[in-house]
Design a protein around this ligand. Sequence first.
Ligand SMILES: C[S@@+](CC[C@H](N)C(=O)[O-])C[C@H]1O[C@@H](n2cnc3c(N)ncnc32)[C@H](O)[C@@H]1O
Length: 275
Amino acid sequence: MNRMTCRIVTTWLLLFSVAMPSGCNDAGAVAQRAPDAPVAAASHLAEASPGQPRSLAEPTSADWRWTFVEDFDRDIAVFESVFWEPLDTTSLRALIRDSPLVKGKTVLEIGTGSGLISLCCLQAGASRVVATDINPAAVDNAQFNARRLGLSDRLDVRLVPIDNAGAYSVIEPSERFDLIISNPPWELSEKPPDQIADYALYDPHFELMRTMLRGHATHLAPEGRFLLAYGCVTAIRKLQATAASEGLTWKILDDRQLDDLPELFLPGMLLEIAP
Ligand SMILES: C[S@@+](CC[C@H](N)C(=O)[O-])C[C@H]1O[C@@H](n2cnc3c(N)ncnc32)[C@H](O)[C@@H]1O
């Protein structure tokens, strides 16, 4: 079962669980809006005051929808081709929300998608967030959501060039962060994806993973933390092996055991990499 299938199965499980009486729904973290909800939300936004820039009133992307996560207090716009599976990062969001992890801190998010995690960091008091993505629609998407939520003055979203896709290719050599986080693509591929959307799922030769690990010490402030979310056993084992070969240690911040999990699983698991 690939990640897409995993997402489809999860969505069906969620739809099923939403249809169950309360108390039966133990998946609970995410709710997809009914199909007509984006139209209502879009027309509400279209009523924004006439002087408001179009980019704040509605996305310019041809195809987009509103989504909703129970633990985030505002709807999130998701543009066409941009990744959306908040179950990947349930525990990361809980840590951001319920601990002093990001308060007053600088954060780098690698592969921001809709911007959900970066927005959580900003809402939880991060002083500044730099977010990167290889998908131009994701860059627009994260900027749109941040503007709409009034958080854009502390968010810097940067586009990663496909021909220079290393984890820190758009980060200055002197830039340091208190926290580096990522919910990266989990699945190995032998060649670069054909579709930009597939960069959310596939990491060619695990190159993004390798460059994330190799460069992180240069960009982490003293006492900084490096947290990664993964929901794929093969990728986690590869991460552990790569970390060890780089002289790094890893810790799983989760009660589940890798041996008990299927190859692809949700919610994603949080791992911490340290010297
Ligand atoms: C699994 S998605 C996670 C998106 C978002 N952080 C979330 O949790 O919803 C991975 C993201 O990484 C981006 N990505 C893939 N390769 C990248 C690279 N080399 N540099 C930056 N972003 C990349 C994808 O476009 C995608 O948005």
